[in-house]
Every structure is written in C-alpha cells, then in structure tokens.
Write a protein that binds this ligand. Structure first.
Ligand code: GDP
Ligand code: GDP
Length: 448
C-alpha cells in the first residue's frame, strides 16, 4: 500500500538520524558525530497501533540527510538537491533544530524553503535534555511555524506527542479502496471561481499537487468542467474547477463573460466557493459582478486574495487591503478573507479548515427553542420601530432552511419589518451563532 511521506529536514548533526531510528525502530540510518555523514536519503516505515491494537504502518519517514547551504562543493549541492526532492514528494515536512546549539541562520534558510512548499509543517526542537532550564531559544518561535514540538530524540521525551501531531496532519487515514467507496453525501464540495488570470489554475494545481491522494477525476455536469475528488486529512473533497476557460473564450470579453457563467454554475453545485481576487490589481468590476451573484444565490464564500507574494508588505498591510476589498465587495461582509500565494504555496493549506468552518455555518440548523430565546433577548435590547404608526409584535422565530440559513419571524402584521431592524437581527444572529462566510435570510410572516 502506498503510504504518505513525511520528510525530516534540518542541518547536519541536529539529531535527525536519532529520531529516524527511534520512529522506525531501525538502524537504517547511520548515526555519526561528524556533520554531513548521513549522506543519502533513508526511508523507513513508521508503525503505530490501530484501534484494535494491531500494528499498522502509517507513514514513510524520509531522512533528508542534512541540508547545509554553507558549502558550495559538489557534494553539498548534491545533498541539497536530494533533500529538495524529498521535500517535494513529502506530504508533511518536519524541520528539526538543535536546542542545545540554539538558533542558527541555516535553520531560517531551511524554514523558508519549507514554507515555500506550502505543505503542513512542524518544527521539532530537539536535544531539550541538554538545555539548562529546559526552555528553548525564543528565536525558534520566530521561524514561522504554527506547530512546535520540543523533545529529546535520544531520550524519547516528547516523541509520542510528535507522532500524534504528524498523524493528525497526514493526508489520508483511509486506504485508497475505502476512499474510492465513500458516500458522496460526505463530500465537501468547493468551487474555485474568479475572473481570468486571478490564479485559479495555479491554486488548483497547488492544492492537488500537495494532496497526492487523488481518488479520481470525474466529469462535471458540463462538458468542459472537471471535478476532482480527493482526500485531505480525514475529509473527502470535491473540487469544482472553473479554470481553463480562457482557451474557449477567444476574446478577453468573451472569456470574462464565460467566467461569470461558469462561476454561477459552479456556485450552484458547491457547498463553499472560493472567490479569487488579485492582490495587485485589486477589485475590478468583474469581481464585483461575481460577488453579487454569489450573494443572490445564497452561496457561502471565502474571499481568497491571491498573489500575495507580489505585494510589498511595507506599503500595504493586510488590514488596509482587507478594508478596501470589503468596501468594493459590499455584499460579502460576512466572508472570511485569506491572503495567500498560489505560486509559492504560502498559506494554501490554511484553506482547508476555513472551508470546513464556512460549510458548517452554511448548513447549520438552530433549534426553535434557542431561536425564541434569541428573539426575546434581541427585542428586549432594542424593540422594532413602528410600521405605519403601529408597533409590530414579534411572536417567535424559526429556521425554515439551510444553505443558506433561512429564518422566519412570526409577527402581527402583513408589513415587512424595517430593513434596518432586519439588519439588526442578522447582526445579532451572527454575533451569537457565528455564521462565517454565509448569507442569512430573514423573512416575516403574519400569524395566521
Ligand atoms: P543528524 O546529522 O541530524 O542525523 O544527527 P544525528 O542523529 O546523527 O545526531 C547528532 C548527534 O546528536 C549525535 O551525537 C547524537 O547522539 C546527538 N543527539 C541526537 N538527539 C539528541 C538528543 O535528544 N539529546 C542529546 N543530548 N543529543 C542528541
Ligand atoms: P486563471 O486564469 O485564473 O486560471 O489564472 P492562472 O492560474 O492561469 O494564473 C494567471 C497568471 O498569474 C499566471 O501567469 C500565473 O503564473 C500567475 N499567478 C497565479 N498565482 C500567482 C501567485 O500567487 N503569485 C504570482 N506572482 N503569480 C501568480
């Protein structure tokens, strides 16, 4: 069976082989006290116990053999090339640093290369047994890793926790056969939409290139869309791709019209739509048109600000840009915004948890009991203004639909509540129940 790959990176002598041997319980990699002695890549299979207590191979570990950018001789360059290859094929990357030696500029250089891969990555701070006070150099925390494990590879402290963290980040916990036989109802369907040239194909390639665990390519509903079903972590995703339309539209205008049409079709089928915009060009009329359709369709949206690598961060902070984009895409105030680079891969994997949150909000159902308590509090805090000289009474509230969440408030009048009051109710609903990325609909009905 094909196992996911975890690459162990780090400069020479930080303790990679020691950890490798501990995890694979092998002597496959030689441990040397001299830097650069573990020259070639070593592969080992890591076995864990499954729920039934049976030994199960869960991933392959690759010892990259030590990245050192110091020397420029043929051997050093060769080792670096081999390590780069291992990083390219791996699903999870580990950077090991030496707590006893402390921070080293080569660590930062390797960290940058790891970040550029846009894959799940864990910082492993080794040799903590050799550090007085047991607390590692603070500079390690600035290497840009979300997940940090402090351990001792030779003593074993902290190794089980690291193993659990690696497992949580592996792309597939199911066998390919199990994945192939999945129930389509458990698919999380997301669409990548946006006008030509914002980077849709690049993002799709990055997402799929990083997740090698493809299940299958299946034809979409129209001849020229292709859905891709894949798994990441423990979820099955269906990616509805609208890229590749430039070839069809001969003129720029044609391509833009087509991109809008495609976006509409894709949004209708997706649980969540990633609306890509260009960080350099900003919001154009086309973007706003697509955003408007998303709002009309009740689609759940994540605004993906792509090409973030091209933005000079000293002139545009992400906050300033977020403000501007929100102004230009008026309808999508509720949509979370992520700044990434489809090209370098920066923050691309952060999309998965975001897609989850938004899909969950889009499909969430709140019981009537909780809604009535909510309505009581909302009215007590701020009662609805008179409509035609009459004060409306709001009796109760119930959810009548999902995707998007839709509510009805039962009142004593045929007239609609003032839109500002509906806005007020919406904002309070969002405050209380946190509907990230999804529109909310509220209608009124007279008690019959
Ligand atoms: P590699 O070059 O990164 O593969 O490093 P090795 O695994 O060969 O280890 C280099 C040296 O560090 C060896 O002398 C190991 O015994 C030592 N070492 C590895 N892990 C630890 C640890 O957790 N604590 C201490 N004190 N020494 C360690
Ligand atoms: P699509 O038409 O939306 O599918 O866009 P493409 O993926 O074909 O990208 C259009 C152009 O933008 C190509 O030249 C890409 O290389 C470039 N591009 C896409 N994403 C990025 C990015 O994150 N950073 C940079 N610098 N260029 C990008």
């Amino acid at each position: 069976m094909k196992l996911p790959i975890v690459a162990l990176c780090g400069r020479p002598n930080v303790g990679k082989s020691t950890l490798f041997n501990r995890l694979t319980r092998s002597r496959a990699a030689l441990v040397h006290d001299l830097p650069g002695m573990t020259r070639d890549r070593s592969y080992g299979r890591v076995t864990c116990l499954d729920e039934a207590g049976e030994a199960e191979e869960v991933f392959q570990l690759v010892d990259t053999g030590g990245l050192d950018f110091g020397g420029d001789d043929i051997i050093t360059r060769g080792i670096t090339r081999i390590a780069e290859g291992a990083m390219e094929e791996a699903h999870v990357l580990l950077l090991m640093v030496d707590a006893h030696d402390g921070w080293n500029p080569v660590d930062a250089e390797i960290a940058a290369r790891i970040r550029a891969k846009g894959k799940p990555a864990i910082l492993v701070v080794n040799k903590i047994d050799g550090v007085r006070g047991g607390s590692p150099d603070g500079a390690f925390y600035e290497l840009g890793f979300d997940e940090i494990h402090v351990l001792s590879a030779s003593h074993g402290d902290g190794v089980p926790e690291l193993l659990a963290a690696i497992r949580a980040r592996l792309p597939f916990h199911r066998t390919p056969e199990e994945a192939e036989a999945h129930d389509p109802a458990e698919e999380l369907r997301f669409a990548v939409i946006g006008r030509p040239n914002v980077g849709k194909s690049s993002l799709v390639n990055k997402l799929l290139g990083y997740e090698r665990s493809l299940v299958s390519d299946v034809a979409g509903t129209t001849r020229d869309t292709v859905d891709t079903v894949f798994q990441a972590e423990d979820r099955i995703y269906r990616l509805i791709d609208t890229a590749g339309i430039r070839r069809k539209g001969k003129t720029t205008e044609g391509a833009e019209k087509l991109s809008i049409l495609k976006a509409k079709q894709a949004m209708a089928r997706a649980d969540v739509s990633l609306l890509l915009v260009d960080a350099v060009e900003g919001i154009t009329h086309q973007d706003a048109v697509i955003a408007g359709y998303a709002h009309e369709a009740g689609a759940a949206v994540i605004i993906v600000v792509n090409k973030w690598d091209l933005v000079a961060k000293d002139t545009y902070t992400s906050l300033a840009m977020e403000d501007r984009i929100r102004q230009d895409l008026g309808f999508l105030q509720h949509a979370p915004m992520i700044f990434l680079s489809a090209m370098t891969g920066q923050r691309v994997t952060k999309l998965f948890p975001l897609i989850h949150d938004v899909a969950e909000a889009h499909a969430r159902r709140v019981p009537t009991g909780r809604l009535n308590a909510f309505l009581r509090d909302a009215v007590a805090a701020f009662s609805p203004p008179a409509v035609d000289g009459k004060l409306p009474k709001l009796y109760f509230m119930t959810q009548v639909g999902t995707r998007p969440p839709s509510f009805v408030v039962i009142t004593n009048t045929d007239r609609e509540l003032h839109f500002s009051y509906l806005r007020y109710l919406e904002n309070r609903l969002r405050e209380q129940f946190g509907y990230r990325g999804t529109p909310i609909r509220i209608a009124c009905r007279r008690r019959g």
